[in-house]
Every structure is written in C-alpha cells, then in structure tokens.
Ligand binder design. Structure first.
Ligand code: SF4
Length: 634
C-alpha cells in the first residue's frame, strides 16, 4: 500500500492578486479526504466568526478528492464550500461534468479564494502555473457567451470552465456556479460569493488523467456497470429518461410538490412534465460526466427557442419550475431552465421562490403594482422569462425575489411568513417529508439547509429484503426498518437509517462521488465496493469504519461552523405546512406528525453526540472525531 498522498492547494488572494501553492500533508488529508471535508478544513482554518458572506472576508474553496478522475463511473464532481449568502450558515454544493477531473488532472486538489479583486478576473490554471487574468471581456455575459469569449481569448478549445453568470455578478442570493453551461453547483448561493469577489471563472486546461494503482482491479469494477444498469429498473429508467423519469410516479402516490407545497397532487400536468415525455418530445440526446456510463444528463432542443448547449431540465427543475408553480408546459420549463443556466441561477430556489410569489399574488399579498402588471398566477408559464430576468438583474419585483423566499417573506411580513417553504432559509427540494419523514428530519438538521442528496430516502426501505439494496444497507449498519408498504412514520429505525446514511452521503460529498452511481440502495456501486475502489485506485488501506468517520467528521465541521454563527436547535425545524394535512389526491390527510418529528430530532442529537438543548456538537464528539482543534476556534 502507498502512503496517503498530499493534497496540493492553490491559495488565491484576490485582493493582492497573488497566487501561491501549499501542501496539506497526507496524514491530514486522510482525515479530510477531499471535496466537502477538505474544503471545510481549509475554510475553518481561515474564516473568522460572523463575516458577511458577500464581503471580502468570506473564503470560498473548490475541492476534488484523491480518487477524482479514476476511470470508473461517478468520479468527476467538485465541491464548493463557503458561507452562504442565502442562509448565513455553511454553504456546500456539488457539481459534475468534466471540470472536476481536469482540475485534478492539472495536479490540484483544491483552490481557495479570499479577498476581493479590484476588477473582474478569472483564474487560469495550466498545470503548475496559475494566474489571474482580467475578465473585462466576459463580465456581464451569459454563460454560453462568456465561455466562447474565454476560449477565444486563450485560443484553447478544450479548457473546462466553472463560472458565474449575471446572477452571480449581481449577487442574487441563490446564484450558482456553472460548468459546461449546464452543470451547476446550484445550492446555497455559492455563485453570489464568487460575484462578490469579482471572480468570474476558474478555467482549467486539459491535463493528464490519474491512473489507478491496480489498473486491472479497477477495470473489473468498472466493467460491471453496464450489466447492473440493464438489470436494475431504477438505473435503467435514470439512464433512459433522466432524473425526471420517476416524476409521474410521485404524483400517482400524491407526493409531487404542487402549487408551493399546498398539495402533492398535480393530475392535470404530471404526465406532461415527466422524463418519459421529455424523451419522446424535446430530447436531443443523452449526455454524461467524465467516464460515466449511466449518461443520465439530458440535452434538449427546440429550434429557435432552446439551445442544446444549456442541457435539459433535471427532476428538481421540472418540479420546482413545473409543479411547484402549477406549470405543465415542458417546453416552457425547459426554456426557463435554459435561462437559469445562462444567468447562473439555482433552479430549485428560483422555481420555489417564484411559486412562493405566485401564492402571495393569489392571496393578495403581492399586487399588480408590485409585479409591474405581471399576472403572477399558478400555471401562467408566460411570466417565467420575464420574472427570471427581473430576478437576475434585480429589477422590479425581482429585487425582492433575488433575496430568496425566506428573506422576501420577512420583508413582506404577515401571512407571507408562512408561505416560504424553507429549512434554514433554503427552499425545500421536491421530496416531501410527509412521504419521506427521515429525509424531512435531515432537511431540518442539515447545516447547509434542506438538501435531498444528504441521506438515503425512506422509500429505499420498501426494497425486497433479499435484494442487493439490503446488502448495502447492512454494510452501513442498517439491519431493520424494512417496510413492505410506504410507511410515513419515523421511529428509532428510521432515525438510524437517516443518521447512518447521512454519514455515508457526507463521505460521498467528500470523496466527490456522484450520488446516482455510488450509494447504499439501487446504485451501481455500494459502500463495500467504495472501500475496494480506495484500495485498488489509490492504494489506500482503508475500511468502511474509517470512511464513515470521515463523513461524520464533515457533518460535525459544518455543525461547528453553524453553532459559532448562532444556529442551534431552534433552527432545526420544518415549515408549518409540512405538519398540515394534505388536502387532496391519493395522499389526502397525510401530514408529518409534529410530536414524532420532535422526538426523532432528539434521538438524532443523541446518535450524533450533540447537546440535546442547543443542538451543538458536544466537546467529546469533536474529540472523538479528531476535531478537538476546533475548540480553540470557538
Ligand atoms: S450518473 Fe449522471 S450525474 Fe452522475 S456522473 Fe453519471 S452522468 Fe453524471
């Protein structure tokens, strides 16, 4: 076995314009093995308490992992860590594509940005060389145009670019960082932080890809994927119809978020915005991330309206811009998705904030005077291009909605306060806690706010006990909890399921794994095979125990940061609407039981080693996870 590699980090001081390199020794890197964990380690060593997220004092880290770019599916993702302008809590977001592998191929595990450039710049990385260049020619341009400009300027066709669009430049609180013009570090407003730093893009030259230590063993693992995809209905549907392939089935059980969470039932539109409809209508081709055989990404085209460059809507987008807003026109959703990708906006927060505004409008909390005459009613797809542009450029009502629905609701006050469906200020993604209460628990306790990719979903527990899913769940210490039918309760086994799977997902965001390929359920590869990959790919003599601790360490670093910023148990809550009975459809009457939720949260704190009153990590928990050094940073 080889010694654990060092992590090479580019340290960019935007205020002074200096770029330097530093090295994280292998024995430290092993504790924080890339992505989110490495990002948090670097971030927490730099950031002061209480900084304004949009000030020069904020720090932003992009990181990949020691196994990024190995020749197997689902290993090209980049994590971004910073303080969120949307929530004031920790920001953490992942994206796929080809940018992550090229960052690694240039020999860098992370890039850390601090300060603020006096004028717009981008960072150009070419192997060991990295320099800040003026972004005067591309600032203000939409992502597709900026990409063309940068490529022409560098005279390089094959560079990969992670950039912000006009929404990030204008510091919209849910601006994303885009690569390939269609892959987004979408959540928690990381794009706004880049904008506040006058940082337009990070550009990486094509480099030499890493090779596994034991090539044949990795090849063997890799070659198992196609057959597994063919033989697994979830994976084959994901491959054929994309992430929205399953959207209609959520409606059939009454859990498709509809009209700003007023219902889970969208019978008039669900089949028009589902993945199979996309496959049969506007899909031009399937696309992929580096080295992945699943090919779940969509590329859609409507001549003269939708440019394939901007990809196609994911499940979350079809829901947030579709059913959340009562919109059933797939072409209109795809066009709105294109606008979000051109401007660099998180489609979930954007769609959810528009649906919040639609409910405010229908309830008379926003008037035609407020909307500049726009008929902001549910189902009116005509308003989408205008309102998305207003948000991006903070014009008219857009100036309010650019703040996100939580801050907007506080500004409107009164009844509007109950209409923002958020956790820690981040809009809920399209999986309903009424159906998936353990996921709802994770929405509530997550430091980065509501996120559907932070733990396994309750529905996994309906899998046949003899299936591979249960083999993988057993590997994570989840032995019980099988529910032959959907069960919307949350008991001790569900809390264990939530906590253990959350630790695994936190690890996945650190090793920068795609959650559609590596996971504890229907996924192509499970936890045990991840240990094999670390051994064969990197020569890392590890165990699932060590890896799970790394995941738990990441969760606690985030929690420590939030505690220092004043977050605690009173922020680990869900919107009132989740506890109210759904009004119609197959889920009529379903609601999350408040008492059950609160006792599940208490039990979760005990599992996690967090103080039952404050919800902060106990000193002993930090020490158990080798995080005692954080105690000096309180
Ligand atoms: S499953 Fe989809 S998102 Fe994940 S790596 Fe493959 S193509 Fe990319």
């Amino acid at each position: 076995m080889s010694p654990f590699p060092e992590a090479r980090v580019l340290d960019v001081d935007l205020s002074s314009g200096t770029v330097s390199a530093k090295t994280i020794p292998g024995e430290i890197y092993r504790l924080y093995p890339g992505g989110s964990a490495l990002g948090l380690y670097l971030f927490l060593n730099e950031i002061e308490a209480g900084v304004d997220p949009l000030s020069a004092n904020n720090v932003l880290v992009m990181a990949v992992s020691p196994i990024t770019g190995l020749p197997i599916s689902g290993l090209s993702r980049v994590n971004v860590t910073t303080k969120s302008p949307l929530t004031g809590a920790i920001a953490d977001s992942q994206a796929g594509g080809f940018f992550p592998v090229e960052l690694k191929a240039n020999g860098w595990e992370a890039v850390m940005f601090r300060g603020r450039a006096p004028d717009p710049v981008y960072l150009y990385i070419n192997g060991d060389q990295a320099e800040l260049r003026s972004a005067a020619s591309c600032w203000g341009k939409v992502t597709g145009e900026a990409e063309k400009t940068i490529r022409a300027e560098l005279d390089q066709k094959d560079v990969q670019i992670a950039q912000i669009g006009p929404a990030g430049e204008n510091m919209v609180r849910y601006a994303s960082i885009m690569n390939m013009c269609n892959r987004a570090n979408g959540r928690t407003g990381t794009g706004a932080v880049m904008g506040s730093k006058n940082l337009k893009a990070v550009v990486v030259k094509k480099g030499k890809k890493p090779k596994p230590v034991e090539q044949e063993r990795v090849k063997e693992l890799s070659s198992a994927a196609p057959e597994r995809i063919r033989n697994n209905s979830v994976l084959s549907n994901l491959a054929e119809n994309g992430t929205s392939g399953d959207l209609e089935s959520l409606n059939l059980v009454g859990y498709l978020v509809t009209r700003n969470w007023q219902s889970g039932w969208f019978p008039e539109g669900a089949n028009q915005i589902t993945g199979t409809t996309m496959t049969e209508s506007i899909l031009k081709k399937r696309d992929t991330c580096y080295g992945c055989v699943v090919r779940c990404k969509r590329v859609v085209e409507v001549p003269g309206v939708i440019d394939p460059l901007y990809g196609g809507p994911e499940f979350e987008t079809c829901a947030a811009i579709g059913s959340y807003c009562g919109i059933k026109n797939l072409e209109a959703i795809a066009q709105a998705n294109q606008l979000c990708n051109m401007y660099g906006l998180d489609t979930i927060s954007c769609g959810a904030t528009i649906s919040f505004a639609m409910e405010c409008f229908e309830k008379g909390l926003l008037t035609r005077d407020d909307t500049g005459g726009l008929e902001l009613t549910f189902g009116n797809e005509e308003v989408l291009p205008e309102i998305i542009e207003q948000i991006t450029f903070k014009k008219g009502l857009g100036a309010l909605l650019a703040e996100g629905s939580k801050i907007a609701s506080r500004k409107l006050g009164g009844e509007a306060l109950d209409l923002s469906i958020t956790a820690k200020g981040q809009e809920l993604p399209a999986h309903m806690p009424q159906q998936k209460p353990s996921l709802g628990l994770i929405y509530a306790v997550n430091s980065q706010g509501a996120d559907h990719q932070s733990s396994a979903h309750d529905t996994v527990l309906t899998a046949n006990p003899k299936s591979r899913t249960w083999v993988k769940l057993n590997q994570l210490g989840i032995w019980k909890g099988y529910r032959p039918d959907q069960d919307t309760g949350i008991d001790e086994e569900k809390v264990r399921f939530a906590f253990n799977s959350q630790c695994f997902y936190a690890l996945a965001d650190s090793l920068c794994l795609c959650h559609f390929v590596w996971g504890p359920a229907w996924h192509v590869y499970g936890p045990g095979e991840l240990v094999d990959l670390c051994r064969y790919g990197l020569g890392w003599d590890t165990s699932l125990f060590e890896l799970m601790l790394a995941g738990e360490r990441r969760i606690n670093m985030m929690r420590f940061f939030n505690a220092r910023e004043g977050f605690g148990k009173t922020d680990d809550i869900l919107p009132e609407r989740i506890f109210e009975a759904l009004p119609n459809g197959p889920s009529e009457g379903a609601a999350l039981d408040r008492e059950e939720f609160e006792s599940a949260r208490d039990l979760y704190y005990r599992f996690a080693g967090w103080d039952p009153e404050s919800g902060h990590p106990e000193e002993v928990t930090l020490k158990r996870l080798s995080l005692g050094w954080l105690l000096d940073k309180k």
